[in-house]
Design a protein around this ligand. Structure first.
Ligand SMILES: Cc1cc2nc3c(=O)[nH]c(=O)nc-3n(C[C@H](O)[C@H](O)[C@H](O)COP(=O)(O)OP(=O)(O)OC[C@H]3O[C@@H](n4cnc5c(N)ncnc54)[C@H](O)[C@@H]3O)c2cc1C
Length: 461
């Protein structure tokens, strides 16, 4: 079958290689020129590319199944596998392990494998339209010419709108947060600072959250996720403000101590983040163009602090491949319907879960207390683990995405009891959001506030 995959992010790369290995003649269309060297890849159009990523087992298992050599290369580059209890004990990396690695390094390896895959042709171009013939998808149109195909996969990510006109409108809700992050590398011989979770370390503060993501070969990212409506903290993107803030927040101060590590990227600001869901069907519930399937972020995006996006993307790829393996390509309308139904059942619940948890976080950041008379949102259930670790039997499978969010209903009564007793999630030592905003203003000063930061001397990421 002739297949065109539009978009060479993780979704498109894994799909294209997996289909080529199943005998499809695959064209992979993307305009990105690729990395300039081992440490530089600007990746315009994917704003999150250099922001911290953690790779959950669901994503890693699909990569291992479809592109095992990419996984092996990542380990050789110093990517660290991890399980619920941390790195695996022996040499053998068990299935179901996550991966600590920079997104750039992961994508570079996926791309390297795709580039040498027989049966896969890279087309460096932007796709402008999906071509329709006789009521079904027949390829994609480029500025100069077109690529004909029997099957068109759209893996264009969270913002691109290729063929969006044929689908029902997107459900989209602001996550209420914005990212400011920076990458660092540990000095040779320097050990890590405090690790509190499989991905690195997390600290909940009054009005914001900080996270340390461990990556490959001694690299790590620090992240301040701030309320997106709080413009005062937008100035964290200025180098001086970022340095003052990281020095004032104990968890980050420890990790970014100049005796322990040095930055390897500029301070990276992020845009507004949305939870989005958009299925395969048109607004009347019909398959708009048989032979056209949307995958990855073009179907669903969720609040990235939970680190689910690459997993929900590659889980879609895995399911689509299973449908095609069962002969689903013979009936393209049934293929789109089956993929849509599965995504509705297995992917959309994560989007719905974030609508509630993000709204609850935003309300608490604005000073609202928990209402124990109402069913708790999933983030409150997870926080309650600190008060009652026995909840882990139910919360663990949710945390690792082996159980859907509605599984948490089983512990709602117990969690409500905990909050009704007056218990509240502990807040980490460090400045409140107002104190942090004051610090940022004192460093940046009114003249610079709101102005773009000066160009960094060494923009290595
Ligand atoms: C700030 C942030 C942090 C995140 N952190 C995590 C994390 O920790 N863990 C996690 O699992 N997920 C995380 N995610 C989500 C993750 O980044 C996405 O799920 C992932 O990028 C989805 O991959 P994709 O291939 O579907 O889309 P993308 O990675 O966006 O790739 C889309 C590709 O399509 C190309 N393209 C677009 N339009 C066209 C066109 N018309 N023609 C040709 N090519 C086109 C683009 O150039 C790009 O190469 C995060 C997201 C954000 C925003």
């Amino acid at each position: 079958m002739d297949t065109v995959v539009v978009g060479a992010g993780p979704t498109g790369l894994v799909s294209a290689v997996a289909l080529a290995r199943r005998g499809h003649r695959v064209s992979l269309v993307d305009n990105d020129p690729g990395p300039t060297d081992a440490e530089h890849w600007s990746r315009r159009g994917v704003m999150q590319f250099h922001h911290p990523h953690g790779f959950r087992p669901q994503a890693v298992d699909v990569i291992r199944a479809e592109m095992p050599e990419a996984f092996d290369a990542l380990l050789a580059h110093g990517a660290e596998p991890f399980g619920p209890e941390g790195p695996p004990a022996g040499d053998e990396v068990p299935r179901g392990s996550g991966l600590r690695c920079r997104r750039m390094v992961v994508e570079r390896e996926l791309r390297r494998v795709a580039e040498s895959e027989p049966g896969l042709t890279r087309v460096r171009a932007r796709a402008d339209a999906v071509v329709a013939e006789e009521g079904r998808a027949a390829g994609v149109g480029l500025r100069d010419g077109s690529v004909p195909a029997d099957l068109v996969l759209v893996a264009t990510g969270r913002t691109a709108g290729l063929a969006d006109g044929v689908r029902a409108p997107v459900d989209s809700i602001d996550c209420g947060i914005a990212y400011v992050s920076r990458q660092y590398r540990l000095h040779p011989g320097a050990g890590p600072a405090r690790i509190t979770s499989p991905i690195g370390a997390v600290a909940l503060h009054v009005g914001y959250v900080v996270i340390v993501f461990l990556h490959d070969a001694g690299t790590f990212s620090t992240l301040i996720a701030r309320p997106s409506t709080d413009r005062r903290l937008a100035d964290l993107r200025h180098e001086a403000a970022w340095s003052a803030a990281t020095a004032a927040i104990p968890l980050l101060a420890d990790w970014t101590d100049p005796a322990r590590s040095a930055p390897i990227s500029p301070v990276l600001p992020g845009g507004r983040l949305h939870n989005t869901y958009r299925g395969q069907l048109d607004d009347r519930g019909r398959v708009p163009l048989p032979g056209l399937v949307f995958v990855g972020d073009s179907v669903c995006t969720t609040n990235p602090t939970a680190g689910r996006g690459v997993s929900t993307s590659l889980m879609q790829v895995e399911h689509l491949l299973a449908l095609l393996d069962e002969g689903g390509g013979a009936d393209p309308e049934a293929l789109a319907l089956a993929q849509d139904a599965w995504c509705h059942e297995r992917i959309r619940p994560w989007f719905v879960d974030h609508l509630a948890t993000d709204a609850s976080q935003t309300a608490r950041w604005a000073g609202e207390d928990v209402d124990p008379t109402r069913p708790p949102t999933s983030d409150l259930v997870v926080s309650a683990l600190e008060a009652d670790p026995s909840l882990m039997a139910v919360v663990g499978p949710y945390l690792s995405m082996r159980a859907l969010p509605d599984s948490l209903a089983a512990v709602h009564p117990r969690v409500q009891e905990i909050y009704a007793s007056g218990w509240r999630p502990p807040v980490a030592e460090g400045p409140t959001v107002d104190e942090l905003a004051g610090l940022v203003a004192s460093v940046v000063g009114p003249a610079a506030a709101g102005a773009p930061p000066a160009a960094p001397a060494t923009a290595r990421a």
